[in-house]
Design a protein around this ligand. Structure first.
Ligand SMILES: [Zn+2]
Length: 256
């Protein structure tokens, strides 16, 4: 686990070597902290726990942005704390077949995690993450995955976007939904309506400033527009084979 980088007062981001997956930590009162999407490998999670310990921070609550394997991980060294997610996200993972398949995906890429801690989430109906630290407003939509919950910290102007607003990934639609494109547009407009964003943290990629945030929203909208037209098109963020494959799948879907 690389160092925790303080991107705003009391808000830290660590970036995994695995797909530039980000972990966000927010410091609260009395050495408490909120952990969002701790990632990814067992070694990285134990190093994260050690890094928090060395700063005198103790996790008291956690949030998972969405029910994909790399966002619902945990390690015993982070402590036993309530871990929340949006109700639709929890419902997805509560289905045994989905849970088993998701664990299988995890084992392929990041083996060795304690399965009993995997995806053990409590539904939070909305509002804000319950804790005594900086207000953490939850913004729930269904783009990318059911019950995708971004978290906005209005005091710091930091938006933890989950797997949206990335500088290294195209919009990845939830192709199992009835209206993947409509859901994604709705999610983007929810995020675009947030005022006072000074920093955006994507689930994979690099933190951006307000101009970067607006630029990513525009790039994602342009991507969706081209997809809706059934065009074959490129996006500078398609730099890896798996992204090319996902892109091709999405283009094919909307060309039907
Ligand atoms: Zn995801």
């Amino acid at each position: 686990m690389p160092a925790l980088t303080e991107i705003a007062a009391g808000i830290y981001v660590a970036t995994s070597e695995f797909m530039l997956t980000t972990t966000t930590v927010v410091a609260g009162p009395d050495c408490s902290c909120l952990v969002i999407d701790p990632a990814v490998t067992v070694a990285e999670l134990t190093a994260l726990a050690a890094a928090l310990d060395s700063r005198g921070l103790r996790p008291v609550v956690a949030w998972s942005t969405h029910p994909h394997w790399d966002h619902v991980l945990w390690h015993a060294s982070l402590g036993k704390v309530p871990r929340f997610a949006a109700p639709a996200a929890v419902a997805v993972l509560d289905a045994d077949a989905v849970r088993d398949a998701t664990i299988l995906e995890m084992e392929e890429s990041a083996p060795g995690h304690d399965h009993s801690l995997f995806g053990r989430l409590t539904p939070l109906p909305g509002g804000a993450v319950p804790w005594d630290g900086p207000r953490a407003e939850v913004i729930v939509h269904d783009a990318h995955a059911p019950g995708h919950g971004a978290v906005f910290f209005p005091d710091a102007g930091v938006l933890v976007a989950g797997d949206m607003c990335s500088d290294v990934e195209i919009p990845l639609l939830d192709m199992r939904a009835d209206d993947p494109l409509g859901d994604y547009r709705a999610g983007l407009s929810r995020l675009g309506a947030v005022t006072g964003v000074r920093r955006v943290v994507p689930g994979h990629g690099h933190a951006g400033d307000n101009a970067g945030f607006r630029g990513r929203l525009a790039a994602d909208s342009a991507y969706l527009d081209a997809l809706a037209r059934g065009e074959s098109f490129g996006d500078p963020r398609i730099t890896e084979d798996w992204l090319r494959a996902e892109h091709d799948k999405q283009v094919r879907y909307y060309r039907r």
